[in-house]
Structure formats: structure tokens, C-alpha cells
Design a protein around this ligand. Structure first.
Ligand SMILES: NC(=O)c1ccc[n+]([C@@H]2O[C@H](COP(=O)([O-])OP(=O)(O)OC[C@H]3O[C@@H](n4cnc5c(N)ncnc54)[C@H](OP(=O)(O)O)[C@@H]3O)[C@@H](O)[C@H]2O)c1
Length: 440
């Protein structure tokens, strides 16, 4: 049980973030006390290997190799789940909630895939579940949407929420290297996992968009409804052509309300270079939220890192502690909306969205080719806004044609590209990247 001015916590997971939390609570103990007026006391910790050398001091803390045992035996007010993944974390969080222990987690997969169940249990138990660090690390985007923008209807949200993909796209352009080379360098620098598929394939960003879209639009968490593309198909040429056209290519997670439903999609986009978010480079994250009264607002910062992520985790611990100590029942709903106000809404199929498109088509260098291509576009009601042809390539056998279309329904583009790819003069797969203006 907590004394009047002390909260007891247990930390499960002592890796990058877990050690960050322990170090931050120690480093800023006085500062935190000055702001809160209460003490946060770590009483127990859990990790797989008791003998492993750690980046934090856990001397004197009760250590458990089984986090479930920690929850059963220890008298803690808040469990801080920093193990990651789904299975152990889910079992642990549910067991803790059943003991009426509040939860802080940084685990996007857990919330995106099991958050509806967790919300139901936490609601029944009168417990809080906080997950600020699960999206965009140190950037307090969950709090902004759930608390600071809660007087608004949110129109759209668009974010660079995976540092690995942003680093790769930035480095490809900067160092004029191709995807595979930069990916290898990112792995050597620790910016990409040994198995990078979750990051470069867009799954990680889709987990985060699942969370953002729920708290923005009042829909249950629904990972399966998200359209996902990674960055594997982006070539250095595309980054260069986009730059020439006045755009940057960024891998974005986008949620947007339109008249027919909600778009939920993760893919690379061309964004006008004049937008602030188009200039967010390297491993940094940024999210734009456009809402009906506040208008567009931009949040930027470190999407990962030990102390940076711990900053969000500790902020959640402080928020929940305040509620525990004030005996407040008026907790912020886990998914921002009152539970009975969450509603399934029509999530649009990617074929139904409207966008402008950047297209790169490799063709045989001979007269009449462009006419064949534009005829097919005309038959699908697609009009071309601009064409970029490289004068310095006129002597090559095959040349790229880069086209920018006006706004068109995705289905029409897909149909047109299928027909164009069948032309003898067209060589290989056509590269298609959506263009996002990100205006409100
Ligand atoms: N890293 C970041 O910058 C960052 C940013 C935002 C969000 N997150 C999220 O934060 C969470 C933690 O990430 P991380 O990078 O800190 O992971 P990590 O460095 O891999 O640490 C995971 C920790 O969990 C422990 N663990 C694994 N399985 C366990 C089990 N069955 N029982 C008890 N402990 C177990 C490990 O123990 P051992 O140490 O003994 O092996 C390790 O201490 C993840 O959900 C991640 O998505 C991370």
C-alpha cells in the first residue's frame, strides 16, 4: 500500500527503456519531487537473466526472473511493463490489472493488438493504463490528443513515427546510396534491428497508427484495417526526382476522416518541401494533428532512446500516481473517448482513396511512347499535371519518365498501371508513390 506521499512501482524489463526509467528516476529524483510533492519508489524489478550486466543500478531491489511472480508477491501500485512483444506482456498486464495494479507500458504491439481487451479489464477494475511512450518515444503525442486537443474534432493525423525508415530515406538521399547499403549501415549503427522487417515493412508504424487513429477518431483499436506498405521499393532515383519536383519522400502513417469514412494507411509519400514535417530527418519523429478548432499542430522529437523514451514512461507514472494519491475516479479514458462512445466506423479500402501520384516508368527510348502511355491514362480519366524527362539520358536505350498526376481515385491508377505495364515499351515495375499536401 502506498503511504500518502509515496507510490511503489515494479519495473518489468531492464533493457534500453527499463534501465532508462531506473536511471531517470534516480537522476531527476529531486526535480520530480519538487514538481509532484511525492516520492516514486521502485521496489522490485524483473528481467530474464539475473546475472546480466545492466546499464542501471538495481542493487537492493527485489529481482524476479518471472514478472508474474513479481506481480503476485509484491505490493506495488503501478506495474511498468517494458518487456515488449505480445505474449508475456499481455499475460502480465492482465494479471496485474486483476490485482487492481495500474499499468504503464511502452509496448505499441500490446496496445495495438490487445488494447480493446485491456481497456475492458482496466475499466472493470477501475485501473488506469498509460502508454505515452508507445508512439513516438519522447514526443508526448498521446497526451496531446487525449488531453490538450480534447475540445476538438480531429480531422487528420500524419506522422513520421518510425525512426529507422526515416533514417534510411534521409541517408539514401544524403549519401547517394541505395536502400540495401544504407540498411546495413543503419544496422551497424544500432538504428535498425537485425531483423528489420517490422520497421522497414511498415508494421511498427501501423501498430502506432492503430493507437493514434483510435484516440483521434473514437474507433476501437483495429490493426487489421490498416493499409501497409514499407519503404523497400523506394530507390535513390525517386528521392532525387522528388527533390527536383520540390518534394521530400517520407514514410508516413496517415489517418484521415473524409465524407465516406476513415482512411488508415502507412506508406511512403511525397510531401512538399515547404511543409515542416518534410524537413524532419534522420531518426527523429514528428506528428501533425489537424483538428477543427486548433488547426494543424506539429510535434517533433526523439522517437526512441533510453532516457528519451523513459521521459514519457515516467510522465505516465507521475500522472497515474497523482490520480492514486488524489483518489480521483475521473480518469482519462484509455482510448480518449468514453468507452460507450467508441464506435466502429467505415474504414476505407485503399482503392477508394483519392490522391495525386508520382509515377516513375522505365520505357524504351523511342518516339510515340509517351503518347501510348497518356492514351491509357486518358481512358481512365487520369490527367497529368507534370512530366519530367531527363535530357542527359537521351542516348540511353531505356529511360525513365516521371509523371505527376492530378487527384484521382486509387483504383483508376491501379487499373491504368496494369495496362501500361503490359506495353512492350515499358520495362519492369512502375514505381507509384502517393503525394500528400498535408494542408488543412
Ligand atoms: N528502445 C526504445 O527506444 C523504445 C522506444 C519506444 C518504445 N519502446 C518499447 O519499449 C519496450 C521495451 O523496449 P526495449 O528496447 O527496452 O527492449 P529490450 O532492450 O530488448 O529489453 C527487454 C527487457 O525485457 C526483459 N525480458 C524479456 N523477456 C522477459 C521475460 N519473459 N520475463 C522478464 N523479463 C523479460 C529482458 O531481460 P534481459 O535483459 O535479462 O534479457 C530485457 O531486460 C518495447 O515494447 C518497445 O517497443 C522502446
Amino acid at each position: 500500500m502506498n503511504n500518502k506521499n509515496k507510490i511503489n512501482i515494479g519495473v518489468a524489463g531492464l533493457g534500453t527503456v527499463g534501465c532508462g526509467v531506473i536511471n531517470l528516476l534516480k537522476k531527476n529524483k529531486v526535480e520530480i519531487f519538487k514538481r509532484t510533492g511525492f516520492e516514486i519508489s521502485i521496489v522490485s524489478v524483473s528481467a530474464s537473466n539475473k546475472d546480466k550486466k545492466r546499464d542501471c543500478d538495481i542493487k537492493g531491489l527485489n529481482f524476479y526472473t518471472d514478472p508474474l511472480e513479481m506481480v503476485r508477491k509484491e505490493n506495488i501500485d503501478i506495474l511498468v511493463e517494458l518487456i515488449g512483444g505480445e505474449s508475456v506482456a499481455k499475460e502480465l498486464v492482465i494479471e496485474a490489472l486483476e490485482k487492481k495494479i495500474h499499468i504503464v507500458t511502452a509496448n505499441k504491439a500490446l496496445i495495438a493488438l490487445h488494447g480493446n481487451d485491456i481497456s475492458e479489464i482496466s475499466n472493470k477494475q477501475g485501473c488506469d493504463v498509460a502508454f505515452e511512450a508507445s508512439v513516438a518515444g519522447a514526443v508526448p503525442i498521446i497526451k496531446v490528443i487525449r488531453e490538450s486537443l480534447n475540445a476538438n474534432e480531429i480531422e487528420w493525423v500524419a506522422g513520421i513515427i518510425n525512426g529507422t525508415t526515416n533514417y534510411i530515406l534521409t541517408e539514401m538521399l544524403k549519401s547517394k546510396k541505395n536502400f540495401n547499403i544504407v540498411l546495413k549501415e543503419a544496422q551497424d549503427l544500432g538504428y535498425a534491428e537485425a531483423d528489420p522487417s517490422f520497421d522497414v515493412g511498415g508494421i511498427d508504424a501501423a501498430h502506432k497508427l492503430t493507437i493514434l487513429s483510435s484516440i483521434c477518431f473514437g474507433i476501437p483499436l483495429n490493426f487489421k484495417s490498416i493499409y501497409i506498405e514499407g519503404i523497400e521499393d523506394i530507390e535513390l532515383d525517386d528521392l532525387n526526382y522528388a527533390k527536383e519536383l520540390g518534394y521530400a519522400i517520407k514514410h508516413l502513417a496517415i489517418g484521415r476522416k473524409n465524407k465516406d469514412g476513415i482512411e488508415l494507411r502507412v506508406h511512403s509519400c511525397l510531401i512538399p518541401k515547404t511543409r515542416l514535417i518534410a524537413n524532419v530527418d534522420g531518426v527523429k519523429n514528428a506528428v501533425v494533428v489537424s483538428s477543427d478548432s486548433a488547426g494543424p499542430t506539429l510535434y517533433y522529437g526523439a522517437g526512441a532512446g533510453s532516457l528519451a523514451t523513459a521521459s514519457s514512461v515516467v510522465s505516465d507514472i507521475i500522472d497515474i500516481s497523482r490520480k492514486i494519491l488524489s483518489n480521483s475516479n475521473n480518469i482519462i479514458p484509455l482510448l480518449s473517448y468514453q468507452r460507450d462512445q467508441l464506435q466502429n466506423k467505415n474504414i476505407l479500402n485503399i482503392n477508394e482513396i483519392e490522391s495525386r501520384y508520382y509515377l516513375r516508368i522505365r520505357v524504351t527510348n523511342k518516339p510515340g511512347v509517351l503518347a501510348d502511355i497518356t492514351k491509357i491514362f486518358g481512358s481512365k480519366s487520369i490527367s497529368i499535371e507534370s512530366i519530367l524527362q531527363k535530357e542527359d539520358l537521351v542516348n540511353d536505350e531505356n529511360v525513365p519518365i516521371v509523371l505527376v498526376t492530378h487527384e484521382v481515385i486509387e483504383k483508376n491508377i491501379i487499373d491504368a498501371l496494369k495496362d501500361i505495364e503490359k506495353l512492350d515499351v515499358v520495362k519492369g515495375k512502375i514505381i507509384k508513390i502517393r503525394i500528400e499536401e498535408l494542408e488543412s
